[in-house]
Design a protein around this ligand. Structure first.
Ligand SMILES: Cc1cc2nc3c(=O)[nH]c(=O)nc-3n(C[C@H](O)[C@H](O)[C@H](O)COP(=O)(O)OP(=O)(O)OC[C@H]3O[C@@H](n4cnc5c(N)ncnc54)[C@H](O)[C@@H]3O)c2cc1C
Length: 471
């Protein structure tokens, strides 16, 4: 690409904060709440007009998995995620916006937005939200991150920060700081992107009845095959990835179905083209649902969300890279900061359906998450949380889900606050101190914590339609 020399300019300093969080998704809110609750002056920078990331701006009103894995995949009775992730799900359900059964949270997206802003407000002046603002560049001095350049309607501004947590999903801040990263599988292929959409006018009882008549095929695979053979639908998808339903809006469904492959989500042109293609798929899908799915004859499109959902992009490398083998062996880590439990969920990077490397583990599967995957190589005072942490392509298939992104966020926010108080970098913060603080925040780190968290009986789950399980 040709270049244009932009003259150096003096930028106004918008703020000086203790902790700057780039991105207000699941990782970012947990990082921001944790840091602010521990007394750090914190700012969350978010390009959209809400907190929640994929769960709100991405229109995905379903968060899983809070429990260890259960066969055939709906979660077990054993809660393995606590802390802020659990608190958010409980508050959304308590406010009447959805349900939480200690495995999954299903909710109305607008409700989650409100709950997250209420929680942010409870942090008072210690937490500042900055919406409509795009992170542009990380400022680095002597191997330390010292702030960021932001772009918004207010122009280009700088925020100076003593700690930065990259919760952008794409690792924007860490990559800008020069941290090493990888992307995709061995051929560079990333998981497909999906534009969610919300349907109204669904007769869920009839849909359920029809599904039972079709041999409990939760993915409705035969139906799409028939539609494709009849020329009613292109072959962009072969299975339902998720029909998300909550009893608070019984005639609505959130649809995880569109699939666009071969997209580098760090490229704005590719994101634009993928969004337009996915929206065409939405239109096509609705016509097919009306024609082929009993109970959906009168369904109508309520909305597509402001942003397309990205499953995978940069993974910022740390000294430790968590692998699929670590996960499948349920390897124990001395620096554990929480648990993951989702299956190795890899959507086909080149075509329809799932990748052959998808693995459904044993009943009760869970693995510890080591702290070191959040401390990037080659820079101090910058941490990662969420789906851009140091894992392999396969391990990300499991760790990318939202409870785990919140676990990672809470650990990063806590480490920022503790390291500031201790006057050391997060890298050398004694991990025992981090773990003690996380336990004091009701996080679940090891078998003892699991036993404590599961002493109280699980609440009776609200009956829900059985749903396909893929993220
Ligand atoms: C279609 C789909 C289905 C999924 N299904 C499930 C599921 O069933 N259950 C589940 O738990 N998880 C699911 N996941 C995975 C999960 O939603 C994501 O992996 C998770 O949201 C990642 O969290 P995050 O905080 O790292 O990133 P995100 O949720 O992507 O949040 C990142 C935030 O940073 C902001 N941001 C990014 N770059 C910038 C920038 N430069 N400047 C300012 N702001 C920026 C974004 O706007 C966003 O709000 C799914 C994901 C997708 C895409």
């Amino acid at each position: 690409m040709p270049t244009y020399h932009h003259p150096a300019e003096d930028l106004p300093i918008l703020a000086e904060v203790d902790v700057l969080i780039i991105g207000g998704g699941p990782a970012g809110v947990a990082a921001g709440f944790a840091a602010a609750r521990l007394g750090a002056h914190t700012m969350i920078v978010e390009q959209h007009n809400c907190l929640g990331g994929v769960a709100t701006a991405g229109g995905h009103g379903h968060i899983c998995l809070y429990s260890s894995w259960g066969n055939p995949g709906w979660g077990s009775d054993e809660l393995v995620v606590g802390g802020i992730a659990q608190e958010i799900a409980e508050r959304v359900a308590a406010a009447g916006w959805g349900v939480f059964d200690r495995r999954n949270a299903d909710f109305e997206v607008e409700g989650l937005k409100l709950v997250l802003e209420r929680m942010a407000g409870e942090c008072g002046a210690r937490l500042r939200l900055r919406y409509h603002t795009f992170f542009s560049r990380t400022l680095v001095e002597d191997g330390r991150a010292i702030g960021a350049v932001l772009q918004s309607k207010s122009g280009r501004q700088v925020v100076l920060a003593r700690r930065i947590v990259d919760c952008s999903g794409d690792g924007d801040a860490a990559a800008s700081a020069g941290c090493p990263w990888e992307q995709g599988n061995a051929e560079g292929g990333c998981q497909p992107v999906t534009l969610m959409f919300q349907l109204g006018g669904v007769d869920m009882a009839r849909v359920e009845e029809a599904r039972r008549e079709r041999g409990n095929d939760y993915k409705w695979a035969q139906t799409w095959k028939k539609a494709q053979e009849a020329g009613d639908m292109r072959r962009f998808q072969s299975v339902v990835m998720g029909w998300w339903w909550t009893p608070t809006r019984p005639d609505q469904l959130g649809i995880n179905f569109t699939h666009v492959t071969g997209v580098d989500t760090t490229d704005a042109d590719q994101l634009t083209a993928a969004t337009c293609e996915a929206r065409r798929q939405v239109e096509e899908t609705i016509a097919v649902y009306r024609k082929y799915v009993p109970g959906m004859e009168r369904c109508h499109l309520l909305s597509t969300p402001p942003t397309i959902g990205c499953r995978e992009s940069r993974r910022i490398l740390a000294d430790l890279v968590l692998t699929k083998e670590d996960l499948m062996a349920e390897r124990a880590w001395e620096d554990a900061i929480g648990y993951g439990s989702f299956f190795i969920d890899i959507h086909n990077t080149k075509g329809i359906g799932m990748d052959a490397r998808t693995v459904h583990p044993r009943h009760g599967f869970k693995y510890q998450i080591p702290w070191r995957i959040q401390v990037p190589r080659g820079i101090d005072n910058l941490l990662t949380a969420g789906r851009c942490v140091s894992v392999t392509h396969e391990a990300l298939g499991s760790l990318r889900v939202m409870p785990q992104c919140m676990v990672l966020g809470q650990a990063a926010g806590t480490a920022c606050a503790l390291s500031l108080a201790a006057g050391c970098t997060p890298r050398v913060l004694p991990v025992a101190q981090l773990q003690a603080s996380l336990r004091a925040q009701d996080c679940i780190l090891d078998a003892g914590d699991i036993a404590r968290a599961n002493r109280s009986p699980a609440p009776t789950a609200t009956p829900q339609p059985r749903i396909p399980r893929a993220g």
